[in-house]
Design a protein around this ligand. Structure first.
Ligand SMILES: [Zn+2]
Ligand SMILES: [Zn+2]
Length: 343
């Protein structure tokens, strides 16, 4: 089945998500006031006094993901030392960490371990030893992914592949995804920057739904990319990686990073291509900055390798299977294109 949508006078009016059936209506939200809009601006500005040393000490002493508290987590699976992560943007004199990336099991497996041969296949990848940004003004001034260097982020995604390889050694694991929540408003349970990796005995439901849609329309992804190209929503298309502002995301501000020609797992991708995929994802995360967001990397079941990024600027607004997309979607895609071109 082809993608269903309607264009009037050259502008998209509505489009149906071919996987979920949710209909996005493109609307003018310029006059609407969002009393509950989420943004980094709720945090005090740079003129506010810095967070006291005592408050910093308290927050980091109770955080199990902070350096010095390694014994508060489940057993470490492996770590990447500083010399293994080029382009780390932290100040080596400022903290006593001997690691930049650290991998542990999630204390609470997302999928009960009895379903994966008695082995916990939920993982946490701690992205950086830093808890806060430099000179935090509030306990909400947490380090965010956009602050990591581009090379550091590429190492992070390569680390995810390494963790997935480990999970896949378990014969009971058939599928794995990466999930990141940034900011409390996105559902993160720990403030310290980290990703989750979940190994599952079955393709996860979101992947199954996408695979089902793909079976109904084997040309689905190419059709979507062609349509988004026509609508001016493509942000970048380099080295076989396409990034677009999605009018059919889970939230009104969603972006996808897709490798349309690569229908395998992150673990099958050669290192140079993992970097290309990571770089495309990183560029969007860098532009979104400290905004609450989530992203998920989807793979397997014949799907092109892809990531969904949801910025949480607007509160969730899926009502009975409908979503309102601001008509500034196009301008935003163009603004991001410009920002990327500036580097
Ligand atoms: Zn921490
Ligand atoms: Zn997906």
């Amino acid at each position: 089945m082809a993608i269903e949508y309607e264009i009037r006078d050259g502008a998209l009016v509505w489009i149906k998500n071919p996987v979920t059936g949710v209909v996005s209506y493109v609307v003018d939200l310029s006059g609407k006031s969002f009393a509950f809009t989420l943004s980094a601006h709720e945090h005090p500005g740079p003129e506010a006094p810095p967070l006291s040393d005592e408050a910093v000490r308290h927050a980091t002493s109770v955080c199990p993901f902070c350096p010095g508290n390694e014994n508060q987590t489940t057993a470490e699976l492996f770590r990447l030392a500083r010399e293994e992560v080029s382009g780390w943007t932290g100040d080596p004199s400022q903290d006593g960490a001997e690691w930049v990336i650290r991998v542990i099991n999630n204390l609470f497996p997302r999928i009960p371990s009895e379903l994966t041969g008695g082995r916990n296949e939920s993982y946490i990848v701690i992205e950086d030893p830093r808890h806060f940004i430099d000179r935090p003004r509030s306990v909400g001034d947490l380090l965010f992914t956009g602050i990591l260097g581009e090379e550091h982020f590429a190492r992070l995604i390569a680390t995810d592949a390494r963790v997935m390889r480990r999970a896949m050694e378990n014969q009971q694991v058939r599928s794995a995804i990466v999930r990141k929540n940034q900011g409390r408003e996105s559902g993160a349970s720990q403030p310290h920057p980290h990703q989750q990796i979940i190994g599952s005995p079955e393709p996860l439901p979101a992947i199954q739904a996408e695979a089902r849609a793909e079976r109904e329309n084997p040309n689905l992804w190419n059709e979507m990319i062609e349509l988004f190209e026509r609508l001016g929503l493509i942000i970048d298309s380099t080295d076989g990686v396409v990034t677009y502002a999605s009018p059919i995301g889970a939230f009104p501000r969603s972006y996808d990073v897709v490798m349309p020609e690569f229908r395998g797992l992150l673990t099958d991708l050669e290192p140079a291509r993992v970097r290309e995929f990571a770089h495309a994802l990183y560029r969007i995360l860098r532009i979104l900055g400290p905004l609450p967001l989530d992203y998920e990397i989807h793979q397997g079941e014949g799907l092109p390798l892809h990531a969904h990024i949801n910025a949480r600027l607007f509160p969730y607004s899926n009502v009975a299977g409908t979503l309102n997309i601001p008509n500034t979607l196009l301008e935003r895609a163009a603004a991001i294109r410009k920002a990327l071109a500036r580097g």
